[in-house]
Design a protein around this ligand. Structure first.
Ligand code: F6P
Length: 192
């Protein structure tokens, strides 16, 4: 059976500062994760072939840098575009756009950032990625929180309303094994 592995990028500078979006580099902890990841993946996959997909953002490319596999970057895997809120903390967003902040809480799946995207928009732009995922063998996706929530919900058939709240922690590899109905799942968290 083939496997699909998901991991968020290692902790980024923006994660440390509590800012959303952007294109920051990994923090020192994030770099430790990037260095520890190859052993975890190689132990797991053994001799089987694997392809690594990243977004075009620096933090995913940096996280993949030590992995000894073929890599492909996808623009469609870039994090949900927060539009005018890109680079802000949640506190700053609540201050600057209180109504938007409340609306997002009300319907997180459909809420679209001003000049940006909603989770629904992301689900649509991920369609080609999912099509290709369905045709491939073993894939490791080094992605972003919102993106991996959408992919995870697709493989586990989770409802749209729950999708934006799925827990995809940092420094954790999620291994899916597709079955006739749904997927088996294992999680590996690196103590970093
Ligand atoms: O904070 C990291 C991050 O990936 C942001 O870039 C993104 O906007 C956010 O998580 C998505 O999570 P939520 O939809 O819960 O705000």
């Amino acid at each position: 059976p083939r496997n699909i592995f998901f991991s968020r990028h290692g902790e980024s500078q923006y994660n440390v500062e509590g800012k959303i979006g952007g294109d920051s580099l990994l923090s020192p902890r994030g770099m430790q994760y990037a260095k520890a990841l190859p052993a975890l993946i190689t132990d797991n996959i053994g001799e089987k072939p694997l392809t690594v997909w990243t977004s075009t953002l620096k933090r995913t490319i940096q996280t993949a840098q030590y992995l000894p596999y073929t890599k492909l970057t996808w623009k469609s895997l870039d994090e949900l575009d927060a539009g005018v809120c890109d680079g802000m903390t949640y506190e700053e967003i609540e201050q600057a756009y209180p109504d938007d902040y409340a609306n997002r809480d009300e319907d997180k799946f459909n809420y679209r950032y001003r000049g940006g995207e909603s989770y629904r928009d992301v689900v649509v732009r991920l369609e080609p990625v999912i099509m290709e995922l369905e045709r491939q063998e073993n894939i490791l996706i080094i992605g972003h929180q919102a993106i991996l929530r959408c992919l995870y919900a697709y493989f586990h058939h989770l409802p749209q309303a729950d999708l934006p709240y799925i827990k995809i922690p940092l420094h954790t590899v999620i291994k899916l094994t597709p079955k006739a109905y749904g997927c088996d799942e294992e999680r590996y968290t690196l103590p970093i």
